[in-house]
Design a protein around this ligand. Structure first.
Ligand SMILES: NC(=O)c1ccc[n+]([C@@H]2O[C@H](COP(=O)([O-])OP(=O)(O)OC[C@H]3O[C@@H](n4cnc5c(N)ncnc54)[C@H](O)[C@@H]3O)[C@@H](O)[C@H]2O)c1
Length: 252
């Protein structure tokens, strides 16, 4: 018995990092998966490896692609019970006064508008199916400021807000909508931050680690476990929350 037995679960950004880890745990908990990403090669390979999983390429910034992705769940998997909107980018690092409008719009397009588009079409499918659970990927940067990442912080605060609005709108329709707020998690995104965007600055990495009361960064499966729980009926009384999964990072 798994906590997602027979549930159809859609995951965006499933080809890497936290999305991939969540796909692995959701499958182990019995979910039938619709995996999606812009990275078709890795996404297809993961779906084949896991079994019980279908992959559909989708750029979450394109509404027609998102609509078709959700329609695939309804058409080929019999409906949609859960969705984890995890696709995201970090964008550029730099001071606000030095950030181009193009860079700001790009991060908002993927990390905020993409979550909106997915949530919108998933809600429509879940209304037709009589309920479901949506988990939106925010960040600790959706709860507090991070200097040097104005677009990312704005987009993630937006995800927390849109999640609360949708949760209130559909609370009586059997649809729960929550966001998760991890701090630094060891994935390709964070490796890229440390190695390329911060130029391998060991002191900066150590300072980031030291800001975690638990004394270390997260591993992707530790975030995945929270997401799988929120997707499951075990979280039946949880909606509208922005769940910190951050080793105490935002507690001070
Ligand atoms: N790693 C962290 O420390 C951390 C902390 C808090 C929140 N997050 C959030 O978690 C999510 C996943 O991050 P990760 O660390 O696993 O990164 P990752 O880079 O390992 O995975 C992100 C995935 O999203 C996909 N993607 C990017 N743009 C897309 C688009 N337009 N449409 C569809 N797919 C797209 C990528 O191809 C990739 O597979 C992101 O939203 C990120 O902001 C990460």
């Amino acid at each position: 018995m798994g906590i997602l037995d027979d549930k159809v679960v859609l995951i965006t950004g499933a080809a890497s990092g936290i999305g991939e880890a969540t796909a692995r745990e959701a499958r182990a908990e019995g979910a039938r998966l619709l995996l999606s990403d812009v990275d078709e090669a890795r996404g297809t390979a993961l779906a084949q490896e896991l079994g019980g999983a279908t992959f559909v390429a989708c750029d979450v910034t394109d509404e027609s692609q998102v609509e078709e992705l959700v329609a695939t769940a309804q058409r080929e998997l019999g409906g949609l019970d859960g969705a984890f909107n995890c696709a995201g980018i970090l964008g550029t690092i730099g001071m606000t006064a030095d950030t181009s409008f193009e860079d700001f719009k790009r991060i908002c397009d993927v990390d905020l508008n993409g979550v909106f588009l997915c949530t919108k079409h998933e809600l429509r499918a879940m209304l037709a199916d009589g309920g479901g659970s949506i988990v939106n990927m925010a960040s600790a940067a959706g709860l507090i400021g991070w200097p040097g990442a104005v677009g990312y912080v704005a987009a993630k605060h937006g995800v927390v807000g849109l999640t609360k609005a949708a949760a209130l709108e559909y609370a009586t329709e059997g649809i729960r909508v929550n966001s998760v707020c991890p701090s630094y998690t060891e994935t390709p995104m964070v490796s890229d931050l440390f190695e390329n965007l911060l130029g391998g600055d060991a002191a900066a990495v150590e300072a980031a680690r030291a800001n975690h009361p638990i004394g270390r960064f997260a591993q992707a499966p530790e975030i995945a476990s929270a997401c799988v729980w929120l997707l499951s009926d075990k979280a039946s009384f949880v909606t509208g929350t922005a769940m910190s999964v951050d080793g105490g990072y935002t507690a001070p």
